[in-house]
Unconditional design. Structure first.
Length: 368
């Protein structure tokens, strides 16, 4: 049995071959990738100059192995698209080293406007707030949020998209059958329902350190622009920014405290020419050059969705201008539990933060 080219891509991917350079070498050496299935062991070793990769190809070059691959993919409910398929994202085809195979859980939409939001895993309260804010405001325009499902900035970005019933894509540096990191499993499950989780790595591939820089090129490629929220001078977020620059994408950086390690990278991006991001309107105006974005609908605050906790706190604040300590007393919530609820209410437009740690309800305002 000879495998068709699409099957060969999946087979090669399953044995750990993801680098575009190897695929190019096979195609250049044999003229067509399907020759690798019947080529002699000697020619494979001569062609690759890498004993471990050559041995992996030779040892797993049989129908039984490929059938086990297909069964494994089916068992985990994973969809596959290859670079030979018509629904493979055009944005990925346009980069120098596109993945040849994508493993997907959920429903992807590669044709809608999308912005990547990345940053440090050890985000400050400011970084988490900024990521959630910008992802929420972009979601009001139905701009898909792309990120890497890591702790910190990534998680807040995905969460904001989900909270606003918006599409979001998580790109992993491991197999998609399980969540990494495990801490974000709840977000991972919701993304599969409302967006998609994807990876170029086959089922069971571990989240090895060197996978993540490669993963970052996909985050950049799938997006129309990149927002860097918080990043140290040496960080994965800046690697993503390098890819975005290579891919010709607009880079937006959120300014931060000059004394903060987490802002050193973003502030340097700004000094190097990235757009300073103070308002989401800058991103929207750039996206309008490529897409016909619909205006945000005005929705009365009273008709907006609130969680039980958010409603409880809002009901307290709408009665009077009130200090955070008094809110804590009336709600019986500790400050560390109350603060993120207040931030969400503020982001949703329900309340306004006032001097002196006071808050007031926006009862008569409309949310855009």
């Amino acid at each position: 049995m000879t495998l068709m080219n699409r099957d060969l891509l999946i087979w090669l991917s399953s044995i750990g071959i993801t680098r575009d350079a190897i695929y190019r070498r096979i195609e250049e050496y044999y003229g067509d990738i399907n020759e690798i299935w019947t080529a002699s062991e000697k020619s494979i070793k001569n062609m690759l100059k890498n004993d471990s990769i050559a041995e992996s190809i030779i040892c797993n070059r049989n129908v039984d192995y490929y059938e086990s691959v297909k069964n494994n993919i089916k068992k985990h409910g994973i969809n596959i698209i290859t670079i030979l398929d018509s629904d493979f994202p055009i944005k990925l085809k346009q980069i120098y080293d596109p993945p040849r195979v994508l493993y997907i859980r959920g429903k992807c939409n590669f044709d809608i406007p999308s912005i990547a939001i990345v940053g440090t895993r050890k985000a400050t309260a400011y970084g988490r707030w900024a990521a959630y804010r910008f992802a929420s405001e972009l979601s009001e325009w139905k701009v898909s949020i792309v990120s890497g499902l890591a702790l910190g900035v990534d998680a807040e970005s995905h969460k904001a998209a989900l909270d606003n019933n918006n599409h979001t894509t998580a790109v992993l540096g491991c197999g998609v059958e399980e969540c990494y990191p495990v801490y974000n499993t709840k977000i991972y499950n919701k993304i599969i329902e409302k967006g998609c989780v994807l990876s170029e790595y086959y089922i069971g591939t571990l989240p090895l350190k060197y996978h993540f820089p490669a993963r970052n090129r996909i985050i950049s490629a799938l997006s129309d622009g990149l927002i860097v929220v918080e990043a140290a001078l040496k960080s994965g977020a800046l690697i993503t920014a390098d890819f975005a620059l290579e891919h010709g994408k607009e880079i937006y950086a959120v300014p931060g405290n000059i004394n903060s390690i987490n802002s050193a990278g973003t502030n340097k991006l700004i000094s190097d020419g990235a757009k300073i991001l103070l308002n989401v309107d800058d991103v929207i105006e750039d996206l309008k050059l490529k897409y016909n974005l619909e205006n945000k609908e005005e929705t009365a605050i009273e008709n907006s969705h609130l969680s039980v906790e958010e409603q409880k706190i809002y009901d307290i604040i709408k009665l009077e201008r009130i200090n955070i300590d008094l809110i804590a007393y009336k709600s019986s919530y500790k400050i560390n539990r109350l603060s993120p609820i207040l931030t969400i209410l503020e982001l949703k437009g329900f309340i306004t933060r006032l001097p002196g740690k006071c808050f007031a309800a926006n009862i008569n305002k409309k949310k855009r």
